[in-house]
Design a protein around this ligand. Structure first.
Ligand SMILES: O=C(O)CCC(=O)C(=O)O
Ligand SMILES: [Fe+2]
Length: 308
C-alpha cells in the first residue's frame, strides 16, 4: 500500500526498540490521501457532541473530546490496524493470541493543566494475575504535534505493576530517559503500556491522536473496565472489511464472545440532567410538529383565498 509505508528492514528495528525501550516510533507511516481521508472522517466526528441521530464525540472529562470506535470511520483506520508489518511486529512481541481490543482517539484541548499524569496502563485484574501480561498500544497523530506530545520513560516497561506515578517519583528518572514523541500528522508509535507514560504539558494547540490497544483477550480484565464494558467487541463497518485473511479476522475478534455482555446496560449517570434534557426536547418535537401543522393549514387557507 503506497500511503502506509514502513519497509521490512525497519520491522526488526521497531521490535528491538520495543523490547529494549518499550517504545518505537515509525515516522511518516501514514501519508497522502490515506492520511487526509482519515483526518476528514475523524474531524467530522469532532464537530459536535454525540447526540440523538448525530454521531459525534463523547465528553466525560474537561480536556478531551473522545471519538469511539474509529474503525467505523474510514478504510485507512482498518488498514493501519491490520497492516502486514504491524501484524508481524505484534505477533513477535505479543504472541499468537493477541487481538485488537479497543480503537479510539480524541482531541486534546489546549491547557496548561496536567490533567492526565504519568502512569502505566491498568487493564488486567491485578488480584488474580500476578505477572505483567503484555499489552501494546499503536498510536498515531492526525494533527502535527509540537506540544502536548506523548511522553514515555524508556526502559520502564515490564518492571512495575501499572499504576499512577507522581511527579516527584518520575523526577528520579534521568531526563535523558524521557522520550518526547512530537512529530507531524501520520507519525505512528508503538509502546508497551506497562512503561511509564502520559501526555506532556502544556498543550498549546489541539492535538488529534488515535490509540489502538492490542492484548490477549483471555487475560482477566479489571473490574472497573468490565463495569464500563470498555473492551466491548469491536464495532466495524461492513464496507471496510473486504479481503480479510483468517488471521485478520482473529485479530479483529470475529466470533469471539469472551468480552461480549448480552443486554449490557451501563450504570446511568447525570440522570436528573438527562431527564430535564429529554423533557425539553420532547416539548420541542411537539411544538415543531404543531408549528408545521399550523403553517400547512395557513398555506392551505391562503391558497383557497387566492383561488377564490
Ligand atoms: O494522550 C496521550 O498522549 C497519552 C495516552 C495514554 O496514556 C494512553 O493511551 O494509554
Ligand atoms: Fe496510558
Amino acid at each position: 500500500m503506497k500511503t502506509l509505508s514502513m519497509n521490512s528492514a525497519s520491522v526488526s528495528t521497531v521490535l528491538e526498540q520495543l523490547e529494549t525501550d518499550g517504545l518505537a516510533v515509525v515516522p511518516d507511516f501514514i501519508q497522502g490521501e490515506t492520511l487526509a481521508s482519515m483526518r476528514r472522517a475523524f474531524e467530522a466526528r469532532l464537530k459536535r457532541l454525540r447526540w440523538n441521530d448525530f454521531d459525534g464525540y463523547e465528553k466525560t472529562e474537561r480536556f478531551r473530546h473522545m471519538v469511539q470506535d474509529v474503525l467505523l470511520l474510514d478504510q485507512g483506520f482498518m488498514d493501519v490496524a491490520i497492516h502486514p508489518l504491524i501484524k508481524q511486529i505484534l505477533r513477535a512481541y505479543l504472541g499468537d493470541r493477541y487481538e485488537l481490543v479497543e480503537a479510539k482517539g480524541w482531541k486534546s484541548i489546549p491547557t496548561r493543566r496536567m490533567f492526565h499524569g504519568w502512569h502505566g496502563d491498568a487493564w488486567y485484574d491485578q488480584k488474580t494475575v500476578s505477572s505483567i501480561p503484555r499489552e501494546v498500544k499503536l498510536a498515531f497523530y492526525l494533527s502535527d504535534v509540537k506540544t502536548g506530545a506523548f511522553n514515555y520513560i524508556k526502559g520502564t516497561h515490564r518492571k512495575y505493576q501499572p499504576r499512577v506515578w507522581r511527579n516527584h517519583e518520575v523526577a528520579d528518572f534521568p531526563p535523558s530517559q524521557i522520550m518526547n514523541v512530537d512529530g507531524p500528522a501520520g507519525t505512528v508509535f508503538l509502546f508497551d503500556t506497562s512503561g511509564i507514560h502520559g501526555q506532556s504539558c502544556p498543550i498549546l494547540e489541539p492535538r488529534l491522536a488515535v490509540f489502538y490497544n492490542y492484548h490477549d483477550p483471555s487475560v482477566p480484565i479489571q473490574q472497573e473496565d468490565l463495569d464500563y464494558y470498555r473492551y466491548h467487541p469491536l464495532l466495524l463497518n461492513a464496507a471496510l472489511l473486504g479481503n480479510l485473511s483468517p488471521e485478520d479476522q482473529q485479530i479483529l475478534g470475529f466470533g469471539n464472545k469472551s468480552h461480549y455482555i448480552p443486554g449490557f446496560e451501563r450504570q446511568p449517570k447525570h440522570t436528573a440532567f438527562q431527564s430535564l434534557y429529554k423533557r425539553t426536547y420532547d416539548l420541542k418535537v411537539v411544538t415543531d410538529e404543531l408549528g408545521s401543522r399550523v403553517t400547512t393549514r395557513l398555506r392551505h387557507l391562503m391558497g383557497r383565498k387566492a383561488g377564490a
